[in-house]
Design a binder for this molecule. Structure first.
Ligand code: TYD
Ligand code: MG
Length: 455
């Protein structure tokens, strides 16, 4: 018997290679090639569908194509609607990723229950039995829920059920457990995940059903299976947050139907996930008196300003001092320490520096720089910043402080929550004073450091 031909597939990007290599030739990731059996291409897999994905269509002029704004169906869970851009879209495919146990199944079951009051819904579970899902729904207080449940992992049977049930919304929990009979590789393999996602996307487009795929993430935090999943679907959401704290963030990474970067904030309670309408309060720790090494940042997530406490600890280190950051970029931290040294004369090269964004939130915007640097200087000097103090602004390598987008909104949010002193980039200083808030505009980092010393 002829030996079965094997190929090596990258678990990151889905690229293939005829022999094993340490580095993926397609995406450059290391140690991601795994052996799999080469699949013979099956015929007619990409037949034209009802909507005619492959059927030849006449070429049209853009302005002549009728385009009405997509209709969105709110899920009834406000924070989820916020990241979805208002609700689900008929025929749209949403991918939702996150660590195990973070609450993906819980949130989707709650959303389906809420949607099922008006629409037919289907929950396909490949990880739990129907009884387990039922038990969870009772625990969530969703008695008498009208959600239809199917415990199945065979793709062909799932698509057949979607054809029969005609749900408006269908959740596949999870895409890694589903397998197609057409392929011989195991469920969860790159080929299977990619094929199943593509087939389900075709089903969504042709039937108008919104399909929500649950995806697992790897140890590194990326969606397991090929990155290509992110290209196939319309919307990608990530669940973030520390499983030890009860707060969870859902972040939109990609959305073909609206702006991205929105985040939804939830709290995990005894009765499932509850939306948090005013998230600023949870990212501030409650100090009686101001403490050294803490500075409150006003960050902007999507359209919503949020207050987050940044904590820094500077402590004498050994011969090779450490720089660690939780929730902030470490490379950026090293850069800020260099700027502090060069432009403001604050040396940390013999000190361990730790920084942390409270509450498990991840901050990627450069407007966090100033708050981080002020927290570091506060810890280094052992002097707390004044009570009710906030800061934001990007710091450049030349020591200049650059404006942050939508400064006014940030300041208004801070004033609303009772903060009274702000250090902000000069270009963000409002023309009209904001009641209750003393604003100190600064242009350079040394100016900001001198200013907080005198406050
Ligand atoms: P789950 O939705 O099963 O996570 P995922 O599908 O992302 O793997 O979440 C399970 C976790 O949530 C589990 O650790 C228990 C917790 N939980 C609550 O705290 N309250 C609840 O009402 C429910 C249903 C779960
Ligand atoms: Mg689950």
């Amino acid at each position: 018997m002829a030996k079965e031909k094997s190929i090596f597939t990258c678990t990151e990007c889905g690229g293939t290679s005829p022999k094993w290599l340490g580095k993926c030739p397609s995406c450059g990731a290391w140690n991601t090639l795994v052996e799999s059996v080469a699949e013979a291409p099956s015929k007619n897999r990409y037949q034209s569908t009802k909507n005619g994905l492959n059927a030849s269509q006449p070429v049209a002029t853009l302005s002549e194509i009728e385009a009405s704004d997509v209709d969105r169906q709110p899920t009834g869970i406000d924070e989820l609607d916020r990241v979805l851009g208002g609700g689900i879209v008929a025929g749209g495919v949403v991918l939702i990723g996150g660590d195990p146990g973070i609450g993906k199944s819980t949130l989707l079951l709650q959303a389906l229950d809420s949607l099922s009051r008006n629409l037919p819904t289907l929950y396909v579970t490949g990880e739990e039995s129907g009884a387990q899902v039922a038990l969870r729904s009772r625990r969530l207080g969703l008695d008498g829920s009208r959600v239809r449940v199917l415990a199945e992992i065979n793709l062909e049977k799932i698509t057949a059920t979607i054809d029969i049930e005609q749900p408006s919304v269908c959740v596949i929990d999870s895409i890694q457990t589903v397998y197609s009979e057409e392929l011989s590789s195991a469920p969860g393999s790159v080929a299977q995940v990619r094929e199943c996602a593509a087939q389900l996307t075709r089903t969504a487009k042709s039937s108008g059903t919104t399909i929500v795929l649950v995806g697992h993430v790897t140890k590194e935090g990326a969606l397991a299976g090929p990155r290509v999943l992110e290209h196939i679907v319309d919307t990608v959401l990530y669940f973030e947050g520390d499983t030890h704290s009860s707060f969870r963030l859902v972040r939109a990474i990609k959305n073909r139907f609206c702006a991205v970067n929105e985040i939804g904030v939830f709290a995990m309670t005894e009765r499932g996930l509850k939306g948090v309408a005013n998230p600023s309060a949870i990212f501030l720790s409650t100090h009686g008196d101001p403490v050294a090494g803490s500075c409150v940042l006003v960050t902007l997530e999507g359209t919503r300003p949020m207050l987050v406490e940044i904590q820094a600890l500077v402590d004498s280190g050994g011969p090779s001092p450490r720089r660690l950051s939780v929730g902030l970029e470490r490379d950026r931290l090293a850069m800020m320490l260099a700027v502090l040294h060069r432009h403001a004369g604050m040396a940390c090269f013999d000190q361990d520096v730790f920084v942390n964004a409270v509450g498990g939130v991840r901050i990627s915007e450069p407007a966090a720089d100033l708050a981080v640097m002020l927290a570091i200087q506060s810890s280094l000097r052992g002097k707390p910043l004044p009570r009710g103090f906030i800061a934001f602004g990007e710091v450049g390598l030349a020591g200049e402080i650059r404006p942050a987008p939508r400064g006014q909104e940030r300041l208004k949010e801070a004033a609303k929550l009772g903060f009274s002193v702000a250090v902000v980039p000069k270009a963000n200083a409002p023309k009209k004073p904001i009641e209750g808030l003393t604003i100190h505009p600064v242009e350079r980092i040394e100016e900001a450091i001198d200013l907080v010393r005198s406050l």
